[in-house]
Design a protein around this ligand. Structure first.
Ligand SMILES: Nc1ncnc2c1ncn2[C@@H]1O[C@H](COP(=O)(O)OP(=O)(O)O)[C@@H](O)[C@H]1O
Ligand SMILES: [Mg+2]
Length: 326
């Protein structure tokens, strides 16, 4: 994949987010750089509290960054002390659509689905009134729903159906980037796979970029092009999904071990607790739970090393790094 063929849709450059809290400052995101190119699916994976949703909110212009820069389609949407005006966002918002964990939060409980689906067409003047119904019908077809949902209220649909409606509406504006923040974790296990299959098919058909937030590394290994692993606000490793088994960071490896131990598909197999986000360690954030850490890891800031083919990791214990060749 070359830069010439695939322009960047989203660029995060050394993004930091700090929240003032009683007793100090909480660092939710600590110097994160990610690029998502046209047509590419990038998954951000990590435990609860590692800063995934904070990244999403900054990218969607809901919150400003504390440090660093975020660009969407080359346009800066957030840098310290500066956010886009409402009008500027209005233009860009169309390009970045969100699908969040809980679909019922996206639809007003008193609004019929039909009105919810018409909103983007009206707001952005996407087509004439006469064309609207057939466009909406086509969108519903793409998410495998029929038009009977249009007369219903949100509570009359299942969680899976409602999430399909939210996805259909997000697609109405043909976004350049679809951000999905744990879109299946509030749904019944039985429908989670269906929604993932649907998103997989849509991303192939639509050719849009996708930023997919998940805590399920194994699932993302099959779904994404690239995987970014976060721990306590930091990227610890980034690699092509096809090379997941070649992960080098002890945290990624621990996640993989957890996944491939049948019946232990959660992260509790890791020993120890993450340090509180109020005390960001000077060295490696994973130090306190790492099976191979030494005292140097605690004190020394860990540089990101390149392992070729877009694989990078921040671990002092992994020696065989290779310089990037361009
Ligand atoms: N508005 C806020 N004020 C203070 N702390 C916050 C706020 N939003 C998130 N945090 C904290 O930032 C960290 C990252 O949270 P979040 O981005 O929601 O993680 P994730 O989505 O990975 O579970 C957590 O420690 C969380 O408690
Ligand atoms: Mg979250």
């Amino acid at each position: 994949m070359t830069e010439m063929e695939h322009p960047a849709v989203l660029e995060l450059e050394q993004v930091v987010k700090k929240y003032p809290v009683s007793g100090g400052e909480l660092t939710a995101v600590n110097g994160v750089s990610i690029t998502v190119r046209q047509g590419e699916t990038v998954a951000i994976v990590g435990e609860s509290g590692c800063g995934k949703s904070t990244l999403v909110r900054m990218t969607a212009g809901i919150e400003p960054v504390t440090e660093g820069r975020i660009r969407v389609l080359g346009k800066e949407v957030s840098s310290p002390g500066k956010q886009l005006s409402r009008q500027e966002w209005q233009k860009l918002r169309r390009e970045v659509q969100l699908v969040l964990q809980n679909p019922s939060g996206a639809v007003s409980p008193r609004m019929r689905i039909g009105r919810f689906m018409r909103e983007p067409f009206v707001n952005w003047h996407l087509c004439s009134r006469g064309e609207m119904d057939s466009k909406i019908e086509a969108l519903l077809e793409r998410v495998e729903l029929d038009t009977t949902v249009l007369g219903k209220f949100p509570h009359q649909l299942s969680g899976g159906e409602l999430q399909r409606v939210v996805i259909a509406r997000a697609l109405a504006v043909s976004p350049s980037l679809l951000i999905c923040d744990e879109p299946t974790s509030a749904l019944d296990v039985s429908v989670q796979a269906q929604v993932i299959d649907l998103l997989e098919r849509l991303r192939r058909e639509q050719g849009m970029a996708m930023l997919f937030i998940s805590h399920d590394l194994a699932l993302m290994g099959n779904f994404a092009d690239r995987i970014v692993v976060m721990y306590l606000g930091n990227i610890v490793e980034e690699l092509p999904a096809s090379q997941l088994r070649q992960a080098v960071h002890p945290y990624t490896k621990a996640l993989l071990d957890a996944v491939f131990q049948i019946g232990k598909k959660d992260f509790s197999v890791l020993d120890g607790d993450p340090p509180g986000p109020l005390q960001m360690p000077a060295g490696c954030p994973f130090y306190s739970r790492c099976p191979v850490s030494s005292s140097a890891c605690e004190r020394t800031p860990v540089p990101m090393r390149e392992y070729g083919n877009g694989h990078r990791a921040a671990c002092l214990k992994v020696k065989e790094s290779v310089p990037v060749s361009h």
